[in-house]
Design a protein around this ligand. Structure first.
Ligand code: GLU
Length: 432
């Protein structure tokens, strides 16, 4: 079938709207997998761009009443074929349309890989939330919610936390949405406080899920987690919980980092005192039982398991040859470039790709949405047991495809997701 999209080397090419390194990475990963699986050209072009994007600018009033700042917000829905769309909301000073679109596309493959009945979405506001007071954060959230009100809804698009947002932000979104429609709609967001219908275990789900997968990978590689070593980049929700659960397996966490510094201790860091320190001080800096190292040094430390759980674009062609882990377990979205992927594959490093590695979060979000729509809450044990079953199932499907087709785990995971979306698109057909 002929495509109406202009070739990419001509002016005014459609990609221009999204032309950022992160969206290019998401598109090129997709195109690589699509080519290997021989995806129909028309389907390929339909999946290459988000179906709906919204860019809003709106005022954010500071606590100093006369101070008003114009900020930019986004919500992107990548594919509407599979059911409502699903994905987090990110507050970060670098958020842009390309980044949000890349994250939305990855959500599509993540949900499809996990067999969740959702397409991918993502939202964001370009602002540094650490510089906002609590009332400022609340006003920003309520206004942003109103701006994207027409796009979201329990049957349309269900936001969740991402970098820079949390359960409290979800509660404000739920409240603002509910006030508009006139009754409480807790199923409009996931990752809420438990008292508003949040799922037990949702907050820890991404870190917990990542370690379920690390265990599968370690068993596959015949690596004993007890006595193994790990390095964790990022000490936010994902990195911190991953480190805690991994330490429970008897793995030595030799280094962790956050925006303030990295802390290295070859004898292993004590998670209890580390978490206490961060709760008291807000950051890792100042922790005394270890030496300070930079984020760049941390990534290159000798270890069995390396967990990037911070920002995108951390493992690139510049440092991939010096990464020394056996398992690279991606908690962050998009931490590894395609050039780095090729180097890691050549060096035999086993990668748990982001769309699998961090899928525990959206999976428990799905559980939360199911519980809300049925008005029936599950126990934490039930949630974790189902999470474990679904993640290990996705791990096995990905590993089998990787072994059968002789491809790396990322490409295999992408193919699993893409194949499911492509099949759904084909059976739904085209209107009119
Ligand atoms: N923001 C998370 C992610 O990147 C979770 C999304 C969700 O729970 O809907 O997967």
């Amino acid at each position: 079938m002929k495509t109406s999209i202009r070739p990419f080397d001509q002016p005014l090419e459609p990609r221009a709207e999204w032309d950022t390194p992160m969206f290019n990475l998401a598109q090129n990963q997709f195109l690589h997998a699509a080519e290997l699986m021989g995806l129909d050209e028309n389907l390929r072009d339909r999946l290459l761009f988000p179906q709906r994007t919204m860019l809003v600018s709106f005022p954010c009033r500071r606590d100093q009443y006369s101070e008003v700042e114009t900020v930019f917000g986004y919500r992107v829905q990548h594919i509407l074929t599979m059911g409502p769309t699903k994905g987090g909301i990110r507050y970060h000073e670098d958020v842009n349309l390309g980044e949000v679109s890349a994250l939305a596309m990855w959500m599509t493959w993540k949900c499809a890989l996990m067999h969740l009945p959702f397409g991918g979405a993502k939202g964001g506001v370009r602002i540094d939330p650490s510089k906002l007071s609590r009332p400022e954060l609340q006003r920003l959230t309520r206004r942003y919610t109103l701006e994207i009100f027409d796009m979201i809804g329990p049957d349309r698009d269900i936001p969740a936390p991402d970098m820079g947002t949390n359960a409290q932000v979800m509660a404000w979104i739920m409240d603002t949405y509910s006030l508009q429609v006139g009754h409480a709609v807790n199923e409009v967001v996931t990752g809420k406080p438990v008292v508003l219908g949040g799922a037990q275990g949702r907050e820890e789900a991404t870190g917990r899920g990542l370690i379920y997968l690390v265990k599968e990978a370690a068993d596959h590689l015949q690596l004993d987690l007890k006595g193994a070593t790990a390095v964790v980049q990022g000490f936010g929700n994902v990195g911190r919980n991953a480190a805690i659960y991994l330490a429970e397996h008897g793995t030595r966490i030799v280094a962790v980092s956050d925006v303030s510094t990295g802390i290295y201790n070859p004898r292993g860091l004590n998670m209890v005192s580390l978490v206490e320190h961060v709760e008291r001080e807000g950051v890792l800096k100042g922790y005394s039982d270890g030496e300070e190292i930079s984020n760049a040094e941390l990534l290159e430390l000798d270890c069995d398991i390396l967990i990037p759980a911070a920002l995108q674009n951390q493992i690139t062609e510049d440092n991939a040859a010096r990464i020394k882990c056996r398992i690279l377990a991606e908690g962050a979205n998009g931490p590894t470039s395609m050039e780095a992927d090729a180097i890691l594959a050549e060096r035999g490093i086993f990668v748990l790709p982001d769309i699998l590695g961090n899928a525990g979060g959206v999976t428990v979000s799905y559980f939360e949405w199911v519980q809300n729509t049925q008005e029936f809450a599950w126990s934490l044990e039930e949630t974790n047991e189902r999470l474990h079953r679904m993640l290990t199932g996705a791990f096995q499907r990905t590993l089998q495809r990787s072994q059968r087709d002789g491809i790396d785990m990322r490409t295999a995971a992408l193919m699993e997701g893409i194949a499911r979306v492509a099949e759904a698109k084909l059976v739904r057909g085209i209107f009119p």
